[in-house]
Design a protein around this ligand. Structure first.
Ligand SMILES: Cc1cc2nc3c(=O)[nH]c(=O)nc-3n(C[C@H](O)[C@H](O)[C@H](O)COP(=O)(O)OP(=O)(O)OC[C@H]3O[C@@H](n4cnc5c(N)ncnc54)[C@H](O)[C@@H]3O)c2cc1C
Length: 319
């Protein structure tokens, strides 16, 4: 039997979310005695195989797509439907990306599988040999454990597992053709709503701006400090709703889950949905004028101070 991992590549390399999904599959593989098949949709020009054999997949199936053409969601779904028809995987794990979160439920509906998205852990039930899946519930205030009847499709929250390199073993790579679709709806044009890229995932230092920063001018001051120290700038939901920062920079349950080396949280209360986004940081340093603020419960270092005085001190040092 097979566990399929539906992966993604960027610049010819497996994405971090794909590697995390393979590591999840490795965790349950031994108990279920299955092989792990990594499923990709990529052009030969973009495909770069080094390192593909180090994460624990047993086989790679690459559905070859045209290098010059954009692969629409419908074509991806038809291709995965064909894969499911042929392979009948017991479980399909999707990369915890925006695409993975969309593909999993849509494919599950088409192929009558059970599906859970935004999962944070998976293990095998020793009695029933079913998968037991953990995921946040009630707005992130609690975790629920669900049994996922086979066949089941799961997508995981990004950065909720540490990746491990397995011993490199020779791995077979099989090329197949992308499925043709009989689409009734065609995409005629794509319009980029925002050209900005916020590579917050790669930043070692992250400043998070909360509503306690009071005004846009203070966000700009934080941005100036961040640019001097090579840090990223993100915001809480309230800061984003105030229009101080773009939506792409929202951290938390609804936004990005980030794991920088150092996260400096300025004027955020520490609400649970927000904390989900930063709790994987190696160190959290926070400033909040309310010494009872919940953010201090998850902080390694806290300053019960006015944000502005801390900003001034950082400006003196860095700007
Ligand atoms: C389903 C759901 C999903 C959600 N998802 C997210 C999410 O992904 N991300 C997210 O951020 N939120 C999310 N939220 C909202 C979340 O619950 C909080 O409302 C939000 O995080 C609060 O933002 P904040 O801390 O900036 O603002 P506030 O709660 O208003 O806190 C501001 C803090 O600043 C402090 N402060 C005020 N003035 C100063 C000053 N001068 N100096 C220092 N400190 C000061 C105050 O003491 C206060 O603690 C979600 C909510 C729900 C229900």
């Amino acid at each position: 039997m097979t566990i399929g991992v539906v992966g993604e590549m960027r610049d010819g390399k497996l994405t971090q979310e794909t590697i995390e999904a393979i590591c999840r599959a490795v965790h349950v593989k031994e108990q279920l005695k299955m092989t792990i098949e990594l499923v990709l949709m990529e052009s030969r020009e973009n495909f770069d195989s080094p390192w593909i054999d180090r994460w624990g997949a047993d086989r790679v199936i690459v559905y070859e797509r045209d290098h010059s053409e954009r692969l629409e969601m419908e074509a991806k779904l038809s291709t995965l439907e064909a894969y499911v028809r042929v392979t009948k995987p017991l479980a399909l794990l999707f990369a915890g990306s925006i695409q993975g979160q969309e593909l999993a439920p849509r494919l599950a509906t088409r192929t009558s599988a059970s599906c859970l998205v935004d999962c944070t852990a998976v293990k095998v039930d020793p009695v029933d040999q079913e998968l037991l899946v953990t995921k946040p519930i009630y707005g992130g205030n609690a975790y629920g454990e669900y049994s996922a009847p086979f066949p089941c499709y799961l997508s995981f929250r990004a950065k909720s597992i540490a990746v491990e390199v397995k011993k490199e073993v020779p791995i077979s790579i099989q090329w197949r053709m992308i499925e043709k679709t009989n689409e009734k709806v065609a995409v005629v044009s794509h319009r980029l709503l925002s050209a900005a890229t916020y590579d917050l995932e790669d930043k070692k230092i992250l400043f998070v701006c909360g509503r306690g920063l009071q005004k846009l001018e203070n966000i700009k001051r934080v941005e100036a400090i961040a640019s001097r120290v090579g840090a990223g700038v993100a915001g809480t939901k309230k800061a984003i709703e105030n229009g101080w920062l773009p939506l792409e920079t929202m951290v938390g349950q609804t936004g990005k889950i980030l794991a920088p080396e150092l996260c400096v949280v300025l004027g955020a209360s520490g609400a649970t949905p927000f904390v989900h986004g930063v709790k994987n940081a190696k160190k959290i340093m926070s400033v909040n004028k309310d010494q009872e603020a919940r953010i201090f419960e998850v902080s390694d270092l806290g300053s019960a101070d006015d944000c502005e005085s801390v900003i001034e001190a950082m400006e003196r040092k860095f700007v």
